[in-house]
Design a protein around this ligand. Structure first.
Ligand SMILES: NC(=O)c1ccc[n+]([C@@H]2O[C@H](COP(=O)([O-])OP(=O)(O)OC[C@H]3O[C@@H](n4cnc5c(N)ncnc54)[C@H](OP(=O)(O)O)[C@@H]3O)[C@@H](O)[C@H]2O)c1
Length: 284
């Protein structure tokens, strides 16, 4: 019997040519289509509670919605979810909304975050496919309120690209943030968001982007028809919505017309479900 944290996937549709796996014992290989010619293929990665909650407004630094949604203790499902997320950071580059950057002060989007188990095989898997050691970290910020000492901006060898607006660029300059590449577009307009991604592809060669949220960013990408699919982990935790403010939920994928491409779980005894929802080519 293989590793108990290897997700057993049932595939309903072809997801695209397989990219391979850093270790077949721990990760079943996933497939991805060729990216569109003029922008990256963008896949969301999210964990939701059993009733669809992905975040709420934190009362303080100890109020951590993600940890609560995952269900606390380090069980096999949780390890599998983290490993899937880390594997998805080997596919290409990775993106995140500025609110998550502000609320998660130790986050870096790399196959091995500080405090993680060692993962040299994930980096080797990237490099063998011609990718950089770390994925480029793409931060989305309208108004440039990015903490200048955040590890996404200070980790040696990690390249960051900030997508922002003209107002955001002024704020970044005011904060002394000059190092990373900056793409300035009218991001509140879907066409501006689309141009920014065309530039990510043309100027930086970004072909695949693992977008790790939050929901505000997902909604903007979806409205601009840029979100191609989502990997959604659903846990067994039911969040009491009335106990929190500004509760955010993931999409209703069926109502959005998305197709369930694959579904996975741990055998035996897994309680999380791992789903892969693809948004239609015929968009709204
Ligand atoms: N459950 C999960 O899997 C998961 C995943 C990720 C995050 N989270 C949690 O979700 C919470 C944060 O999520 P959130 O939805 O509030 O925020 P978010 O999506 O992480 O970030 C929102 C920010 O993105 C920028 N933005 C908004 N619209 C944009 C657009 N059209 N183009 C470019 N940038 C745009 C703005 O930045 P500025 O304000 O700088 O202008 C905005 O404040 C945190 O608690 C985090 O821990 C959960």
């Amino acid at each position: 019997m293989g590793d108990l944290t290897r997700i057993q996937w049932t595939r309903y549709r072809s997801s695209g040519p397989e990219v391979g796996t850093p270790d077949p014992e721990r990760w079943a290989p996933l497939g991805f289509p060729a990216p569109p010619p003029d922008r990256p293929w963008i896949f969301g990665v999210v964990v939701a509670s059993a009733n669809g909650v992905v975040a709420w407004r934190r009362r303080d630094a100890r109020d951590d919605p993600v940890r609560e949604i995952l269900g606390g203790e380090p069980r096999l499902d949780r390890i599998a979810d983290r490993r899937l997320m880390r594997y998805l950071r080997t596919i290409g580059d990775a993106g995140i909304g500025a609110q998550t950057v502000r609320e998660q002060p130790t986050l870096i989007l790399s196959p091995q975050e500080p405090g993680d188990e060692r993962a040299p095989e994930l980096y080797a898997f990237r490099v063998a496919r011609g990718l950089s050691h770390h994925p480029r970290n793409v931060i989305y910020s309208l108004y440039g309120r990015v903490p200048s000492q955040h590890p996404m901006l200070t980790t040696p060898g990690l390249s960051t690209i900030i997508l922002t607006t003209p107002a955001g660029r002024s704020e970044l300059t005011r904060r002394g943030i000059r190092e990373p590449a900056v793409i300035v577009e009218a991001l509140l307009e879907p066409e501006g968001l689309e141009r920014a991604h065309a530039r990510l592809r043309a100027e930086h060669g970004v072909r695949y982007l693992a977008c790790e949220g939050g929901q505000t960013l997902f909604a903007a990408l979806r409205a601009a028809r840029l979100l191609d699919e989502m990997f959604v982990t659903t846990t067994d935790v039911v969040v009491d919505r009335a106990a929190h403010e500004s509760v955010l939920t993931t999409f209703d994928f069926v109502a959005e017309g998305a197709t369930l491409v694959a579904e996975g779980r741990l055998e035996p005894g897994g309680v999380y479900t791992f789903k892969r929802w693809r948004f239609g080519a015929a968009r709204r």
